[in-house]
Design a protein. Sequence first.
Length: 397
Amino acid sequence: MNQEFTPTQRRALAVFTVIALMFGAYFLRIYFVLIVVAAVGAYLFTPLFRLLGRRVSTGLAATGTLLAALVAVIVPVGLTVFLAVVQISRTVGEVAEWVQATDPNALGDKVLKFINGALAKVPFVHVELTMESLRGAMVNVAQKGGDLLLHVLQGAVGGVVGAVTSAIIFLYVFLALLTHREELQTLIRRLNPLGAEVTDLYLAKMGSMVRGTVGGQFVIAFCQGVAGAASIYIAGFHQAFFIFAILLTALSIIPLGGGIVTMPFGIGMALFGNVAGGLFVFFFHLIVVTNIDNFLRPVLVPRDARLNSALMLLAVFAGIAMFGFWGIVIGPVVMIIIVTTIDVYLAVYHGVELQTHDEEPKQRRKWLRRRAAQASSEESSVRDTETSCGPSTCESH
C-alpha cells in the first residue's frame, strides 16, 4: 500500500487481524470437521493431482483426482457394508430356522422358570414373571420402539438434506484446497508471526501425522482386524466373519486393540468345550496379531508421526470425544501440534536439540542448529559473566 502505517496503526491492524481470524473460526465452527476432512483428503491426493497436472489441464486433473478419491473411499466402504449385510442376513436366517424348529411354549416355560428361579435367589426381591406380564412388557416396548422409530425417520428426512448439503460443500472445499494448495501454504507462512521456517516445521509434522494415521494406522488396523476374525473362523466359529472383521478393525483404530474381544472370546470358546479353538484364538492374538503392528508400523508410519503410546491413546479418545469419529485423525494432529510447540520452545529458549530425521529439508535443519547454537551461546555468555566478575561488578553491569 502507498500509505505508510505508524507503529500504533500497525498494532491496531494486527489486533483487528487476530479478531477477524478468531471470528472467522467461530463463524465456520459448524463445518470445522468437514473442512479438516477435506484438507486431509486434498493433502493425501496431492501427489496424484500433480501427476495428472503434468499431462492434462488443471481442471481435468482436479476432476480426475476427485473421482479417484471417491472411488477409493466409496468402493471399500460399500463392499464392506454389503458383505456385512449379507453376513447379518445369513445369521438372521439361521436364527429364524432355529426359532421355527423350537417349540415356543416349551421354550417360554423354560425361560420363565429360569428367570423366576434366579429372581427367587435375590434377597428383598419378591417378583414372579408370568406370560401376561411379559406380553404387557412387550406391548409397551413395541409402542416405545414405534415412537422412537418415528422420531428417527423424521430426523432422517432432515439428515438427508444436511448430508447432501455437506457433500456439496465438501466437494467445493476439496477442489479449492487441491488446486490452491501452494497459495494457502504461502498465506499461512505470511500470517504466522513465528516465521516461514517454523510454519514449514509445523506443516511437515502435521503432514507426517496425517500420513501416519490414515495411511499407516488404518492399514495396520485393517490387517489386525482381518487376522483376528480369521483366527475366530479357523477356530470353528464360522458365523459373523465380516462383522468380527469390522468390529476388530474399529477397535484397532482407536487404538484399544481387538484383544479386548478376541481374547475373552477365545477363553469363552475354551470354557464351552472348544478348548483347542479357544487356545488358538487366545495365543494367535498374542503372537501374531500384536506383532502385525510391530512389523508394519516402522514401514507405514513416518518417524515424525510416532507419538508415545500413552499420548496417542489420549489424543485419539480426546479427539473422538470432541470431534466424533473423525477425531481419530484430528486428535493425533492436535497432539502433534502441542508436542511440536513444546519442542520449538525448548529449542529456542533452552538450546535443546530437536529430533530431526533425514526426510526433513536441510533448510529446516540449518534453522534448528542456528537457533540451538544461539541459545547455547547466550547461556554460556551468562555463565561466563557470572564466573568472571564479582557481585558488585556484575550489578554495575
